[in-house]
Structures are given as C-alpha cells and as structure tokens.
Design a protein around this ligand. Structure first.
Ligand SMILES: [Zn+2]
Ligand SMILES: [Zn+2]
Length: 90
C-alpha cells in the first residue's frame, strides 16, 4: 500500500478505484457511480449502505464488517427504551 491519501477522510470508490472521494460525499458518489458503472455488480453491506463489496468478497466482509459489531453492541444496550406508561404532562 503506497497510497498517500488519508483513509480517515477520503474513501476509495468501489466502482472505480481511481476515484478518491471525501467521506462526507461518499454516499452521494456511490449513487452516481452505481449508475455510471452498471456493469460493476457489487453487493451492498446490510450493516452499512456505503459498503459495496464484490460478490466473491461479500461473505468475508460480513464477518469482518466493522459496522456489524456496532449493531450487535447496541442490541445489548437499549439506550432509551420508550415507556408508554410514563405520564406525559405537557
Ligand atoms: Zn466512483
Ligand atoms: Zn460492511
């Protein structure tokens, strides 16, 4: 890896590796490139819609996806459960 871009703020487009996209604009960019590269068939990660993975790497990604761990973590920590019985005095 000899890239000199900062992977914290810039993401590499899965449709065209020469696209280096600011992470803020990455979701919009993906939508555009999905249309521009219809021949590139990528699966969408169920944990993060900005993760587009080639079919052969998809299962591997599901195991390794960092967002998967986030979701599982939150399952055990229901942060603010809505209590319908609590009196609401507006
Ligand atoms: Zn792109
Ligand atoms: Zn993912």
């Amino acid at each position: 890896m000899a890239e000199h871009w900062n992977s914290e703020t810039v993401a590499q487009c899965p449709y065209n590796p020469s696209h280096l996209v600011p992470r803020m604009r990455f979701p919009n960019h993906l939508v555009k490139c999905q249309k521009n590269y219809p021949h590139v068939v990528l699966k969408i990660c169920p944990y993060n819609a900005t993760h587009r993975i080639k079919a052969e790497a998809y299962l591997q990604h599901l195991v390794n996806c960092p967002n998967r761990q986030c979701i599982e973590f939150e399952k055990y920590h229901h942060p603010f459960p809505q209590n319908p019985d609590s009196p609401s005095n507006y």
